[in-house]
Design a protein around this ligand. Sequence first.
Ligand code: SF4
Ligand code: SF4
Ligand code: SF4
Length: 161
Amino acid sequence: MTQTPLASRRHFLRGRISDSDTLRPPWSINESLFVDQCRRCNDCIEQCETGLLVSGSGGFPEADYDKGYCTFCEQCVDACDHKALILTDTPWRQLPEITDKCLASNKVFCRSCQESCEVEAISFQLKPGGIAQPQLDNDLCTGCGECITDCPVQALTMKQS
Ligand code: SF4
Ligand code: SF4
Ligand code: SF4
């Protein structure tokens, strides 16, 4: 099938603008379709009430959890006139990972992530002779990233699941 010059350029760029770690806005369509549909207009970014969405590699929108978290307000979807974001039952498949920077794993008391999680996806398990450690319930977690925002030592990172 013959491609238009614009589509050809997008396919050429695709390898450089995304990889398996690229976190798109919620309700983004499949990545290969996304880079075809998205016009890099920034409308979703401008509507994001928390600042989570930023212009990333190639000018395509990405979710940057250093900037904010997601309230699932759907404003980004409403703003997208190019069908790159489409409402479904599952906004995305990504989960926070707790790294060894976590204060609790370094024997310092902290429960900030548990306190910030509205759906109670983080609980603490007491380990023999130590301080209780955070554990994530993957089924409850929405991938909102509020725990990342509230962690005092940036011990959490969001990963595709
Ligand atoms: S749903 Fe709302 S908070 Fe989440 S990325 Fe979209 S505009 Fe931002
Ligand atoms: S908020 Fe951060 S440092 Fe504190 S327990 Fe959670 S992951 Fe660890
Ligand atoms: S990403 Fe959101 S839902 Fe998941 S553990 Fe963190 S605060 Fe809770």
